[in-house]
Design a binder for this molecule. Structure first.
Ligand SMILES: Nc1nc2c(ncn2[C@@H]2O[C@H](COP(=O)(O)OP(=O)(O)OP(=O)(O)O)[C@@H](O)[C@H]2O)c(=O)[nH]1
Ligand SMILES: [Mg+2]
Length: 699
């Protein structure tokens, strides 16, 4: 394997809507370059970057996949990302490791929701983006229509650099507008082509598109524009250089076309990726933190002679191997066997068997240069988002922020003996995929697993079974209702037992009052004159807390109240802590019902970005879910509105599904816990009845 330094490396994230042909294209590109040994297919499970059993079984990508192609003295690292929204965490991670995005659009389906989303994400990251129209061999393929859609829906700055010759089963070549040549492909080969002059029949289209391209490039540069207006010709190399610079500023987005199936346009695309995508040396300098406090910043350049630094952008757990960390070297060189420093966790790690990932394969290499992407197995204490550097120059990079989870389920092992394995497995899955998270809900006593969608969690359960042998089931999570008081009252709790032998005596008077929401519980000892000996007062407190944890309305914990113990009496022989705790319980049971208790439910704050044409539907649906709209404001692009609403969690289970169908998948939302509020009386009665039935069934 040849070595490449940063000037010879391109890091390209392949993004787009689900099923647009990303994985097939990456396979075709690597096969054409000779790095893929066969022309793999998604449908028979042989595509280079779809190799997980869950991916092969379902026929789509679930996790990011890495491969590379060596072309024109350069190495192009491809990061194939999943298009499905459920797995957008990996698409984000993939973009974060790349210097440019290749956005794939199906020639049949055109611009879709996922195309829009991934394009916006790439632009937000200030990456150059190159569009590819895929599946040109399909019968309904329509290059011109897709071009028009991109222009209307994504960016007016798109311009074709290649146009197809023929379409559907007649798609047989491409015309490159830089070289002004036609490339006619020989079907069934490794994508070899013959160069020819532009056929007579295509001359008119060619002339029109060529003019459009040269005008577009000239318009981005004053010198070029002046020469163009003076009638000078813009040469091939000048046009390419102009396009590359314009792409870096996101002033232009070139458009290409391919058929991965028939290997047409694939080689031409490799050439253009080398020519137009920035190499790793051109990476914008990054800023990392140094120093023990992490408050000094340092510039990071992709130079081999700089101190080593790398960012781990993905971890995957492989059977018989363990955790494999995939990282991008940001600066410096690293050799197999080097000891490096993980400044994020303050541990040293040894990088044994440095490798280059190529689909499921890993090719061992003696060293990696700045700018390259590599992987290493079995780091002891390194996770996704950690920065690796050296003890002499410790560096940390800002963490990539993953989206908040959108759906929550309770998870149970089918067999009770597997509970521990389930917990371990779930935590391993979280290490692989930060958008999947796990926590134990102490209110409802359930383990909650959260993710980006139903399918995300279903597939996580399949992975759990395959990798950790645990069969688990997902159920709708219980809602963590609570109770609280709305009025003050006082009363007595007296525990007295005299049944032969030593008796029990505890007696207290307690006043209870509501506290503001979120204040919890406060106990005040107002006993004067020792009517209850001070050693027994804490027992009253404990009794009240124990009773409060079981509530008064429906068995939910009662919170946000103050209890004041202000009177009582004692017995010189029969009083003890147990008896006063009982008295506390009895006082709570006597007083709390008099304090007008109410039921509280947890609420989430939703932030929904919705295209204006669906705003009415979304608002109507929110009010049907008992949501309170806190505000609406136009999103930056003038076509969408951001809605903020507070909605009871009980009304939000799987909200992603109805929102998706109401808006044809064009709305996005985030949610986070926003606090508790009173449940309206009618709904409260229903909840209480249901809960007491459940309690009876389980007791
Ligand atoms: N005829 C034809 N079919 C193609 C071509 N490229 C991809 N396909 C088929 O389209 C389907 C989707 O292709 P993938 O490569 O899996 O698409 P993807 O973008 O990776 O999809 P996700 O991983 O779900 O985001 C598969 O069945 C492919 O065989 C092509 O050039 N021609
Ligand atoms: Mg795929």
């Amino acid at each position: 394997m040849r070595e490449y330094d940063s000037a010879g490396i391109r890091n390209v994230a392949v993004v787009g809507h689900g099923g647009s042909g990303k994985t097939s294209l990456v396979d075709a590109l690597c096969f054409a370059a000779g790095n893929g040994k066969r022309h793999g297919q998604v449908r028979d499970g042989t595509a280079l970057t779809d190799h997980l059993p869950e991916e092969i079984e379902r026929g789509f990508s679930i996790s990011l996949g890495l491969a590379f192609a060596e072309w024109m003295d350069s190495k192009i690292n491809f990061i194939d990302t999943p298009g499905a929204l459920d797995f957008q965490g990996d698409a984000l991670a993939g973009l974060s490791a790349a210097d440019g995005a290749l956005c794939v659009i199906s020639a049949v389906s055109g611009v879709e929701v996922g195309t829009d989303r991934m394009f916006q994400l790439a632009v937000e990251r200030e990456d150059p983006v190159l569009f590819v129209v895929s599946m040109m061999d399909k019968e309904a393929a329509d290059f011109d229509a897709v071009y028009a859609q991109v222009k209307a829906q994504l960016t007016a700055n798109v311009v074709p650099v290649e146009i197809p010759i023929g379409s559907g089963s007649d798609f047989r070549g491409v015309i490159n507008l830089f070289t002004q040549k036609a490339y006619m492909y020989c079907a069934g080969s490794k994508g070899e082509y013959e160069e020819a002059s532009v056929p007579e029949s295509e001359q008119a289209r060619f002339a029109q598109y060529r003019q459009e391209l040269i005008e577009a490039i000239s318009a981005t540069d004053d010198d070029l524009l002046e020469r163009y207006l003076n009638g000078a010709d813009i040469g091939r190399d000048e046009a390419i250089a102009g396009m590359k610079e314009a792409m870096k500023r996101r002033d232009l987005f070139p458009l290409f076309c391919v058929s991965s199936e028939n290997m047409i346009g694939v080689r031409a695309l490799l050439t253009e990726l080398v020519q137009l995508m920035p190499n790793a040396f051109e990476m914008e300098e990054l800023h990392g933190f140094t120093g023990s406090e992490g408050n000094d910043t340092v510039e990071i350049h992709a130079r081999d002679d700089a101190p080593f630094s790398a960012i781990v952008f993905k971890t995957s757990n492989e059977p018989h191997v363990g955790d494999v960390s995939m990282f991008r070297v940001l600066s410096g060189m690293v050799r197999s066997g080097d000891e490096v420093f993980n400044a994020t966790r303050d541990v040293t790690e040894k990088l044994n068997h440095l490798s280059l990932p190529l689909g499921r394969e890993r090719i061992e290499v003696p060293s990696l240069h700045a700018g390259d992407i590599g992987c290493v197995a079995r780091l002891r204490n390194t996770h996704t988002n950690d920065t690796l550097s050296t003890q002499q120059h410790p560096i940390r990079l800002p963490e990539l922020r993953f989206p908040e989870p959108l759906v929550h389920f309770a998870v149970h092992a089918e067999s009770r003996n597997d509970e521990e394995k389930l917990q371990q497995g779930l935590h391993r899955l979280h290490d692989e995929d930060p958008t999947l998270s796990v926590h134990y809900d102490t209110d409802t006593h359930e383990t909650i697993v959260s993710g980006m969608g139903e399918r995300h969690l279903d597939i996580a359960m399949a992975t759990l079974q395959r990798k950790f042998g645990v069969k688990a089931e997902l159920t709708r999570p219980r809602i963590a209702y609570r109770e609280t008081l709305t009025a003050s009252a006082s009363g007595q709790g007296k525990h007295k037992k005299q049944s032969g032998g030593r008796g029990q005596f505890g007696d207290c008077w307690v006043r209870m009052a509501p506290l503001p929401r979120g204040e919890g519980y406060l106990f005040e000892n107002k006993i004067v004159g020792g009517v209850i000996p001070s050693r027994f007062v804490p027992a009253v407190d404990r009794g009240i807390q124990e009773a409060a944890s079981r509530g008064v309305l429906g068995g939910f914990p009662l919170v946000d109240f103050r209890a004041e113990c202000y009177d009582g009496s004692t017995h010189s022989v029969d009083s003890n802590e147990m008896a006063f705790k009982m008295a506390g319980i009895l006082a709570f049971r006597a007083v709390a019902p008099k304090c007008k208790p109410i039921l509280l439910e947890p609420l989430d704050l939703l932030e929904i970005t919705v295209p204006d044409e669906f705003l009415g539907d979304v608002l109507g649906d929110l009010s049907a879910r008992r949501g309170q709209i806190h505000g609406t404001e136009p999103a930056g692009d003038g076509k969408r509105t951001v809605v903020r609403a507070v909605v009871p969690q009980a009304e939000l289970h799987l909200y992603a599904t109805p929102l998706h169908s109401m808006t044809h998948g064009r709305a996005t939302f985030s949610r986070r816990f926003a606090g508790y509020d009173q449940v309206p009386a009618e709904a409260a009665a229903r909840v209480v009845a249901e809960h007491s039935r459940e309690l009876q069934e389980t007791s």
